[in-house]
Design a protein around this ligand. Structure first.
Ligand SMILES: *Cc1c(COP(=O)(O)O)cnc(C)c1O
Length: 383
């Protein structure tokens, strides 16, 4: 597998692309295996919503399925259909639940909704009673997020409602952690306790609480199944410690022009970066329309993003444009960079977590914003 057509553009050749995105499926698989080893007898699922966090849902699912992953989580039913096509016998959960009137479409593709309210549960039960049979679905219990899911008291009540629960097959009871990446936040212990209390009421139904960071909490709340997303794609699930995961994504940008900017002149829109002395500027063929967030602009007041050029870290100079980034490459020996060269925007020590921080956001948003104009290269899961 080398590259696949992506997004609205025709597949772009490597030589003509402004950016080259390399996705290491072997690293993805290694990350899944490392998490699976960590959780022992619990099942390790994979969260592949949002096009597998930007890396490509078909490629990610095929690689993970090949490694032994059998349960996938998506946000939308349309994503579930893509997983179904790539993994015909996998178990697929749709986290955003059941939209009114869509039960038949879930059944048609053997998708399991994550039911998060009594209305959804009643609609699924009614669909099952009307002839579909006792179809499986997950139950989402809210232990503190206040976003989706039954409140704990409502879930405890539901557990007594054998008529409603008997109409379908509850195949998973789950909740979601509020602050798993902050192990000192006391809400972790409260959620684990509340979830343990609820899951006991659903005897025989597998239970799931942990996302990527949840897997690494000192309490190890793995229950029967864990739901990592970010860590699979190389994000650091333990932000206060070294990243135990392998990087999956590398992004390189093409240098399309090099120039000398005289002392005191400004670079880019609105002149928010001023050359201190004569500076060499490299203009890259990647911009915010490629998902490189404009909030990573480098101005006189605030450092922004960086790129690695011939082994040297170089700062962004000025505002990020729609299709261009300007980089101060004065620290790079003059002969070491030329028009047409590639510089690294993600990789070579520049992690998605750092790129996120420099843009004032999190690595998750960097991944899910990865552009559609890049040439995409997939390194195979097995060599
Ligand atoms: C997105 C999501 C996950 C995966 O979270 P990561 O932090 O990416 O591991 C797990 N569970 C639910 C309910 C989610 O929405």
């Amino acid at each position: 597998m080398t590259s696949a057509a992506h997004g609205p553009c025709p597949a772009v050749g490597e030589d003509e692309a402004g950016g080259l995105l390399t996705i290491d499926l072997a690293a993805l698989v290694a990350n899944w295996r490392a998490l699976a080893a960590r959780v022992g007898s619990a099942e390790t699922a994979a969260v592949v919503k949002a096009d597998a966090y930007g890396i490509g849902i078909e490629q990610a699912v095929s690689a993970l399925y090949g490694a032994g992953c059998r349960t996938f989580f998506v946000a939308h039913p349309v994503e579930g259909r893509r997983v179904r096509a790539a993994a015909p016998d996998a178990v697929i959960y749709v986290l955003n639940g059941l939209l009114p009137g869509t039960a038949a479409a879930y059944r048609a593709h053997d998708l399991r909704p994550v039911l998060g309210s009594l209305e959804e549960i009643e609609e699924w039960a009614a669909f099952c009673r009307a002839g579909a049979g006792r179809l499986p679905a997950a139950l989402h219990v809210d232990t503190g997020m206040n976003r989706l899911g039954l409140r704990v008291e409502a879930a405890v009540q539901l557990a007594e409602n054998t008529e409603l629960l008997g109409a379908f097959t509850p195949s998973l009871v789950m909740s979601h952690l509020v602050s798993a990446e902050e192990p000192d936040d006391p809400i972790n212990a409260r959620q684990i306790a509340a979830f343990s209390h609820v899951r006991e009421r659903f005897a025989g139904v597998p239970a799931s609480l942990a996302n990527s960071s949840g897997i690494f909490l000192p309490q190890a709340p793995h229950f029967d199944l864990v739901r990592p997303g970010y860590a699979l794609y190389g994000g650091n699930p333990t932000p206060e410690r070294a990243n135990p995961m392998r990087p999956v994504v590398q992004l390189e940008a093409r240098v399309i022009q090099l120039r000398w900017t005289p002392d005191g002149e400004t670079v880019g829109y609105n002149g928010h970066w001023t050359a201190q002395g004569r500076r060499r500027i490299a203009t890259l063929s990647v911009g915010y329309a490629d998902g490189y967030l404009r909030t990573a602009s480098g101005t006189n007041l605030k450092a922004g993003g960086e790129a690695v050029v011939a082994g040297v870290r170089c700062p962004f100079a000025g505002r990020i444009s729609m299709d261009l980034i300007t980089l101060d490459v004065s620290a790079v020996p003059e002969g070491a960079i030329q028009r047409g060269d590639k510089v690294t925007l993600i990789g070579n020590g520049l992690t998605i977590d750092e790129v996120g921080k420099r843009a004032g956001t999190i690595g998750y948003e960097i991944l899910t914003s990865l552009g559609r104009r890049y040439h995409r290269r997939y390194l195979p899961a097995t060599v």
